[in-house]
Write a protein that binds this ligand. Structure first.
Ligand code: SF4
Length: 263
């Protein structure tokens, strides 16, 4: 367990304890799947679901850097139409139109922030159409590979340092900066959820199948070539300290939420 993940989780529980006592918690880290079309499957692991005042909502827990926390108003506004949150909105169906995002901020003494949001049916319908469009584009990229032997999908070099120069895209130095798009990364993807573990077999059985999730959509919109590297074929498992902190933090909060779910 990373020590920073532990202190972030302690702060999260302390800061939200009062609000959490008013919530009827339903699930924590629940895996869900929804067939958007015969060959398009949407999957996801929802951080938490609950009810307040009789209304269903889902929760999304994030860790955030101090730099991000300094512009928290912008960050909160961006989540209103964040592709990952919209994707969860589609996944959870019409009975869940509200969601909350909570941030645990990685300062020396951790702090937290939160915001509540809601979607209209029209917004969710629009995003469902967008997801089907993304799935169609992915099939077109695959077809180009099969028909023309083209390896790289569309690159977006403006996305390589999306998280700052210290956290360059893992494909930049070994592959994209040398136009060596076919170079293997030798770190095949290992699924983090039970659904993810079954995806490779499903795709092998049905080459037309496109599996989407919040992370996959976020990667695709940022750079289709990054999506290809991470999620197509053998895929790629990224490892770094930030991901370790995030994974450890999420497992602690999962246990905390589960402790509040009444049998
Ligand atoms: S995959 Fe995309 S984001 Fe990553 S280095 Fe290549 S062009 Fe940049």
């Amino acid at each position: 367990m990373h020590p920073l993940a532990h202190s972030l989780a302690v702060t999260f529980q302390r800061d939200f304890a009062s609000a959490d006592r008013e919530i009827e918690w339903v699930s924590a880290e629940e895996e869900r799947a929804l067939a958007l079309a015969p060959d398009t499957l949407l999957i996801g692991r929802v951080d938490a679901r609950g009810r307040t005042g009789g209304e269903a909502f889902f929760g999304e827990w994030k860790t955030a850097s101090p730099a991000k926390a300094r512009r928290m108003d912008e960050v909160k506004a961006a989540w209103r139409t964040d592709p990952q949150a919209l994707t969860y909105g589609v996944l959870l169906g019409p009975e869940t139109r509200r969601f909350t995002v909570r941030w645990a901020i990685k300062t020396a003494t951790p702090t937290t922030a939160f915001e509540w949001y809601s979607y209209t049916d029209a917004e969710i319908d629009h995003w469902r159409d967008q997801l089907l469009g993304i799935a169609h584009e992915i099939r077109c990229w695959r077809r180009d590979r099969d028909l023309h032997g083209r390896v790289a999908w569309r690159t977006n070099f403006g996305n390589c340092d999306r998280y700052g120069a210290k956290y360059m895209c893992p494909f930049f130095e070994p592959k994209c900066s040398h136009l060596a798009f076919a170079k293997p990364m030798n770190s095949p993807r290992t699924g983090h959820t039970e659904l993810e573990k079954g995806v490779a077999a499903m795709m092998a059985a049905n080459p037309q199948l496109v599996v989407l999730s919040g992370s996959r959509v976020d990667d695709y919109l940022g750079c289709p070539e990054a999506y290809r590297n991470k999620w197509e074929g053998a895929g790629y498992t990224e490892e770094n300290e930030n991901l370790t902190i995030g994974t450890d933090f999420h497992s602690l909060i999962r246990d905390y939420i589960r402790s509040m779910i009444h049998a």
